[in-house]
Design a protein around this ligand. Structure first.
Ligand code: GDP
Ligand code: IMO
Ligand code: MG
Length: 425
């Protein structure tokens, strides 16, 4: 029996999961995305080309791998179709290397409208949603009203679709935000997308995964978003609507906790966040600007600028514990090259006390981050390929992180390309 390895983000998303999944696909047979939807944007760079995936697992460009869109994922057929068209342009033969769980829920056009109406109604208190319909689709899932991929094989799915859409339209009217939309146009795109989706083989997830495990297949589960956006354990309500943590792999793929092997936690050498919500180490000064500029910190899905700040070890340790992380991958180390100082947050100042956890009222109270200073490195890392070449200050930075969170860093990323990846012993 083989164990399933997990890759997940430990911060507020965009840590570089896509890149590392692509790198590690070399050692795996199957890549299975377990939750989230097209709110995700996973970037891969190789042979001088950049690819962004939203729904399709990041193993799709490696021809040996089978890619599974798991039952915990919510799929927008319109976006999936656009992704498939891109693969066609690249001449990637996905028809034999992509499967979809019948239990995955569909994002309907009216889910997107509901997302927009809900956000508009919140005014300044908005979540900063990607407006891809994620929240409303998961609400219909847990409300037991959703439309699933497997429903498309049943005769009455169109009736279900109509009923749900009618209900949504009433809800949209109730929001009273004067949303302007052309549903007919949206539906044309949606039905076109469904046609493309139906060409991908569907699977009964639990049976498929369990059989793959029995056959000794090496499986890598790909998470989306980050632990601090988790519906239960993130900075609620400024979170997404799925379980982004390790538990989500069990729910989203139909696997048991004891079938999980390595849990690879991905984090940036600093911190970023898109959308609203607390961010104790956020910077509004030249250092933050420098991170954004050098790191090209703009969202892969919405293009919005990402907020930037120092690495928050309190938050990182929380995520490491929550997920049972066994090894870490530190991304974007190259971005901090040449800084005159680097800080890391080691505790928060909260109600006159120094604390080492996220307090319940983190949204109401502005936490002050307490920092330790680390020596910066000046060398350009982007051409380095070997651990021996890494500057001693960077090694010290890594050791500081490892000591704080209690888990080793095994991968150091020094640029966006798949080749710019250094393995540590
Ligand atoms: P994901 O959502 O976790 O897959 O991450 P995104 O793709 O949204 O954002 C990560 C961004 O950083 C992408 O533009 C990547 O190409 C880029 N990236 C990944 N690793 C590195 C790295 O080590 N250095 C630099 N400079 N960029 C990186
Ligand atoms: P990947 O997989 C970064 C954020 C949004 C918003 C909040 C809720 O690329 O790391 P939603 O659309 O889910 O209702 O938005 O979550 N968010 C992400 N931020 N990376 C992501 O995915 C994200 N997916 C959602 O910006 O603050
Ligand atoms: Mg992303």
């Amino acid at each position: 029996m083989s164990k399933i390895n997990l890759i997940l983000g430990l911060q507020w998303g965009d840590e570089g999961k896509g890149k590392i999944v692509d790198v590690l696909t070399e050692q795996h047979d199957t890549i299975a995305r377990f939750q989230g939807g097209p709110n995700a944007g996973h970037t891969l760079v190789f042979n001088g080309q950049k690819h962004v995936l939203h729904t399709i697992p990041s193993g799709i460009f490696r021809t040996h791998a089978m890619n599974i869109i798991g039952g915990g994922v919510v799929i927008d057929p319109v976006i999936l179709n656009a992704e498939l068209e891109n693969l066609n342009i690249q001449e990637i033969d996905y028809k034999n290397s992509l499967k979809i769980a019948r239990s995955a829920h569909l994002i309907l056009p009216t889910h997107r409208l509901l997302d927009a109406a809900s956000e508009a109604s919140k005014g300044k208190a908005k979540i900063g949603s990607t407006l891809k319909g994620i929240g409303p689709t998961y609400m219909d899932k847990t409300g037991r009203n959703g439309l699933r991929v497997g429903d498309l094989e049943l005769p009455d799915w169109k009736e279900k679709y109509r009923k749900l859409t009618q209900k949504h339209l009433k809800m949209i009217t109730n929001y009273q935000v004067g949303l302007d939309f052309d549903l007919e146009q949206m539906e044309t795109e949606f039905f076109k997308g469904l046609k493309a989706l139906k060409e991908i083989p569907f699977i009964d997830q639990v049976q498929y995964m369990q059989e793959s495990i029995s056959e000794g297949k090496k499986i890598l589960a790909e998470g989306a978003q980050g632990s601090l956006l988790d519906i239960n354990f993130g900075t609620y309500p400024f979170v997404t609507s799925s379980t982004t943590t390790a538990a989500g792999a069990c729910i989203g793929l139909g696997i048991a906790p004891n079938q999980i092997g390595e849990v690879i936690g991905i984090f940036k050498a600093y911190t970023t966040r898109v959308g609203s919500g607390p961010f104790p180490t956020e910077l509004f000064d030249e250092y933050g600007k420098k991170m954004a500029e050098i790191g090209h910190e703009f969202g892969a899905t919405t293009g919005r600028p990402r907020r930037c700040g120092w690495l928050d070890l309190v938050a990182l340790k929380y995520a490491v514990q929550l997920n049972g992380v066994t090894q870490l991958a530190m991304m974007k180390s190259d971005v901090l090259s040449g800084f005159d100082q680097i800080k890391v947050c080691t505790s928060y100042q909260y109600r006159g006390e120094s604390i080492g956890h996220f307090p319940f009222d983190i949204n109401e109270i502005h936490l002050k981050a307490n920092y330790s200073e680390c020596k910066a490195w000046q060398e350009d890392l982007t051409q380095m390929t070997n651990a021996d070449e890494l500057p001693k200050e960077l090694i010290k930075y890594i050791e500081f992180i490892e000591n704080y969170v209690g888990v080793p860093v095994k991968i150091v990323s020094v640029g966006p390309d798949r080749a710019q990846t250094i393995l540590l012993n």
